[in-house]
Design a protein around this ligand. Structure first.
Ligand SMILES: [Cu+2]
Length: 143
């Protein structure tokens, strides 16, 4: 009884192997040859995704964003890299309705990348909060 069951299991197993081997020859080509996995860039910063690099700096007492003005498409996502010098700056886009639309704090010598959706069509004042009085300002225009 026990041996008979074992023999049955073996027989079924052999048939399965035989069918699999047989099927392999006549079956339609399987789609197992997937293309090689693309070399994925890091999730944080996909290659080529950077829209702008903006420098925040003090050159002999002249504080500035470079570039200081940007024209963007309203509703579009942008990724920009903020590259400071050795001072603390902010890249702050004012909301005409009050407050800040974006307020990125940029630590000395610490580049940072931010992503945001460009606001509705209009003009937005850009300032560095600690250096606004020193004319570290610019403008974001969205269309
Ligand atoms: Cu500044």
């Amino acid at each position: 009884m026990h041996l008979r069951n074992l023999a049955l299991v073996l027989l079924v197993s052999l048939m399965a192997v035989a069918l699999a081997a047989c099927g392999g020859g006549t079956a339609a080509p399987t789609a197992t040859t997937a293309p090689p996995a693309p070399t994925a860039p890091p999730a944080q910063m996909p290659a080529g995704a950077l829209d702008y690099t903006i420098h925040l700096m003090n050159v002999s007492g002249a504080y500035a964003f470079d570039p200081k003005n940007l024209t963007l498409t309203a509703g579009k996502s942008y990724t920009i890299k903020l590259v400071p010098d050795g001072e603390f700056h902010t890249w702050t886009v004012k909301n005409p309705a009050g407050g800040n639309f974006i307020n990125a704090q940029v630590l000395p010598n610490t580049p940072q990348t931010i992503t945001f959706i460009a606001p509705a069509a209009g003009t937005y004042k850009l300032v560095c909060i600690p250096h606004e009085a020193l004319n570290m300002v610019g403008q974001i225009t969205t269309k």
